[in-house]
Design a protein around this ligand. Structure first.
Ligand code: FAD
Length: 388
């Protein structure tokens, strides 16, 4: 790690933008990402040509997890851009084979998983449902329906507020065109999934639907484990930063979905600011503040429209599994008052994923905030663990 002027953890849009802007001033930049290739969630295996070209001046190491605070020992400024993951909410049948996250199914399809001729129901909330439905259709799947939990009135308000973001209108028109004929229900969510060995049928609000695959997505939650291990401050679950994207931990900046959920443009501009600020180019960074403010406004608009409805808290039955690593059921959790207590008494969140799935679900269901994080910050090969 020595010999570099900046280290970036995460090679999604925010990390790429941070690295490129810093490298373009002559800085020597290293980017580490636990995926084999750069691109993050949205650009997986397919970075836009402009960014791919700019990235050529940067050293990118894929398959390399940053797992603890030993990264700080090199005394090199660090930009954290570790992004977000999907939020899963438990309901009866959600552990059946064939039930996946929408982003998970998208990643599978982009890696070659065959969906041609398969009947797919997509349910949950937000524009990601539409993006994934469009991809599935292009790959020959039959998208049986899209169930959006947000109320129709919220979506209408969202759509009418889009006039300030022509780029988003253009994207919306393109997506809408690719989904002509696909039933889109608002105020609608999955109540139960049925099937003997795998999902065969789902019950949505007021009707049932046969399917081969059910893809669920209730929005995103930030990957804050590394930031927490490094001693950054969190507020409402997100890393707190100042105007220069600097965290409260000396020598550490943060950008992208780690600091708030709001789409690729928001991640990019935050990444650019963080990369410039981390190497001391504050005047250049300031020039990007107004662009960032616009995408922060868009993010608030998005979050308000797709807020999760309280009815979703009533979906699990007493025997519904909540922590799928340790097989902990809803009924096992209701008597405890905190994530820590539930963990100590039931092992909830102590399995393979270390609460990365049930932790966010329990926050929504019970209001618990699990702040205890231990290394490794993300799944890592033994070789990485031995080096740290
Ligand atoms: C599953 C999923 C699918 C999505 N699909 C779409 C889509 O189709 N269209 C769309 O507009 N938006 C999509 N989004 C939202 C999109 O990812 C964001 O809008 C934005 O692009 C996020 O950029 P980012 O750089 O902040 O984070 P990300 O793109 O999430 O990048 C973060 C990177 O950091 C890496 N990382 C995390 N922790 C570590 C660590 N400890 N060490 C090393 N590397 C680490 C991750 O592997 C990842 O490559 C998706 C989000 C998710 C979670």
């Amino acid at each position: 790690m020595t010999g570099f002027d900046l280290i970036v953890a995460g090679a999604g849009p925010a990390g790429i933008a941070a690295a490129c802007r810093a490298a373009e001033t002559g800085a020597k930049v290293l980017v580490l990402d636990n995926n084999p290739a750069a691109g993050g969630q949205i650009w997986r295996n397919d970075i836009p040509a402009l960014w791919a070209q700019r990235l050529s001046n940067v050293e990118v190491r894929g398959g390399c997890s940053v797992i603890d605070d030993s990264i700080l020992a090199h005394g090199v400024p660090i930009v954290l851009a570790t992004g977000a993951r999907e939020l899963f909410l438990p309901f009866p049948g959600w552990t059946l084979p064939g039930v996946t996250g929408v982003g998970g199914l998208q990643a599978l399809v982009k890696s070659g998983f065959e969906v041609r001729g398969k009947r797919v129901v997509l349910a949950g909330t937000g524009p990601l449902l539409l993006a994934v439905a469009s991809l599935l259709r292009k790959r020959g799947a039959s998208v049986t329906c899209i169930a959006e939990q947000a109320p129709r009135s919220a979506l209408l308000r969202f759509a009418t507020g889009l006039w300030r973001y022509p780029l988003k209108i253009a994207q919306g028109i393109e997506l809408g065109g690719s989904l002509l004929g696909v039933p889109y229900f608002t105020d609608c969510w999955v109540e139960e999934a049925y099937g003997r060995d795998r999902v065969e049928r789902v019950r949505l609000s007021g009707f049932e639907q046969d399917c081969d695959l059910l893809a669920i997505g209730y929005g995103l939650v930030p990957n804050t484990e590394l930031a927490t291990l490094l001693g950054c401050t969190l507020q409402d679950g997100f890393v707190t930063v100042d105007a220069m994207q600097k965290t409260w931990r000396e020598g550490v900046w943060a950008a992208g979905e780690l600091t708030g959920i709001g789409g690729v443009e928001r991640s990019l501009v935050e990444g650019e600011i963080a990369g410039l600020a981390a190497i001391g180019e504050l005047t250049e960074a300031r020039k990007l503040f107004s662009r960032r403010a616009a995408w922060h406004r868009f993010a608030s608009h998005l979050t308000g429209a797709f807020a999760l409805r309280p009815e979703l808290r009533a979906l699990p039955r007493p025997d519904t599994i909540v922590c799928r690593c340790e097989d902990i059921r809803y009924n096992d959790l209701t008597r405890w008052t905190s994530a820590r207590e539930a963990k100590l008494q039931t092992r909830c969140g102590m399995g393979l994923c270390q609460g990365r799935i049930c932790g966010a679900a329990n926050h929504f269901l019970f209001g618990w905030q699990d702040t205890s994080v231990r290394p490794p910050a993300s799944a890592a090969p033994v070789s990485d663990l031995m080096e740290s």
